[in-house]
Unconditional design. Structure first.
Length: 372
């Protein structure tokens, strides 16, 4: 240890602390990664009574006694606090709300999904090509499911009498982007699982992509815990987690082990001023970015990218979209590295002008004008 410099030693301690803080929550009270839910004791409360009110299995009250180091379970001081591991709490199913739909997406029963729909635990979402869905999760976080993706709401729960929630999502294939609600209760848990990996989240913005070869994750704000999963792993069988900090990404392949975090590529250098071109096409080149093997581009009618016109993967740093009507758009581009990790976003406003001046017919003769 003395061969490590002081700086490296401090870095090692911080890394180990982060790993513990983001360890996936298990179902046992002894799990150190399971956050506590705090209850204020009222006059007349007993430990068994509080267990009956809050625990999924009230018979596990002795675990609550040990966790809080309580000597007499029948004599609790009014005004004191009782820490209950979230893994012991009773939960009830909740719903998620569909905020927006662009293109086509279907529910478990293959009916089309529409904005305003409510989806329950166990339901699935399948987006078609050029289909996108944004949902609001029970804790207020938002998830945007990209084109050609499959998602299952495996667990959507709210803890009775509190704002704490538990959300677990399966993403067999496709891509999802999550913006976690910073106002979510501290005892809330959120996790996305693919066939290869698990991403456990607290207060962050991140992306997950999954296919038959593996899983990738990129963090644009905050930190996530990224862990490999054994084949056919149950809900609590993730391997050791690797923290991915802001501005980094990682992948998990058949080895089931995340690679060391890789710094995400910078945002491509798109024009700083709005771009104006004539309908019906947009063609825009930009400087190649070192380390990029390809690029991904979206064109949307709004800055939140809830109404997407089209998406394209580019082998060269040049964007081309056709079939555009006159109007305003927002173009978003990010670079993709050799690992398949997608970098920071660059955006620019695009104005598509009519292909003919207003007031002229296609023949070039003046259009008739009505006068009062």
């Amino acid at each position: 240890m003395r061969n490590l410099g002081l700086r490296n030693f401090v870095h090692l301690v911080m890394l180990l602390t982060t790993l513990l803080a983001f360890a996936p929550a298990g179902r046992a009270a002894s799990d150190p990664g399971s956050p506590d839910f705090v209850v204020t004791v009222k006059q007349g409360d007993t430990l068994t009574g509080l267990a009956q009110q809050w625990l999924a299995d009230p018979k596990r009250w002795p675990e609550l006694q040990r966790h809080n180091k309580i000597e007499d379970p029948k004599r609790l001081a009014p005004g004191s606090t009782l820490a209950i591991p979230a893994s012991l709490l009773r939960e009830k199913p909740a719903e998620v709300k569909v905020i927006s739909v662009s293109g086509k997406a279907r529910k478990s029963d293959i009916t089309l999904i529409e904005a305003g729909d409510r989806l329950r635990e166990g339901e699935t979402i399948k987006t078609e090509e050029n289909g996108y869905v944004t949902i609001q999760l029970v804790d207020g976080s938002t998830l945007r499911l990209q084109s050609r993706s499959d998602l299952k709401l495996e667990r959507v729960r709210r803890l009775p009498g509190s704002d704490a929630t538990e959300t677990r999502i399966q993403l067999p294939s496709g891509q999802a982007e999550v913006k976690f609600n910073p106002g979510a209760a501290k005892a809330s848990r959120f996790e996305i699982r693919t066939g290869f990996a698990s991403a456990a989240v607290r207060g962050t913005e991140f992306r997950v992509g999954a296919d038959a070869r593996g899983t990738r994750s990129e963090v644009t704000e905050g930190t996530i815990a990224f862990a490999g999963l054994q084949p056919n792993a149950g809900s609590d069988q993730s391997l050791a987690a690797v923290p991915i900090p802001e501005g980094f990404g990682s992948i998990v392949d058949e080895s089931r082990k995340p690679i060391a975090p890789v710094r995400l590529l910078a945002a491509p250098a798109l024009p700083k001023e709005p771009v104006f071109q004539k309908a019906p096409a947009l063609s825009l080149g930009f400087p190649a970015l070192e380390g990029a093997v390809s690029y991904r581009a979206w064109l949307a009618a709004d800055a939140k990218f809830q109404q997407i016109f089209g998406e394209a993967v580019l082998s060269q740093p040049e964007v081309n979209f056709s079939g555009l009507k006159a109007g305003s758009y927002v173009l978003k581009v990010r670079a993709i590295d050799k690992y398949g990790l997608e970098g920071r976003d660059a955006m620019v406003l695009v104005g598509i002008l009519p292909d003919k001046p207003v007031g002229l017919q296609r023949s070039g003769t003046p259009a008739s004008v009505k006068t009062p």
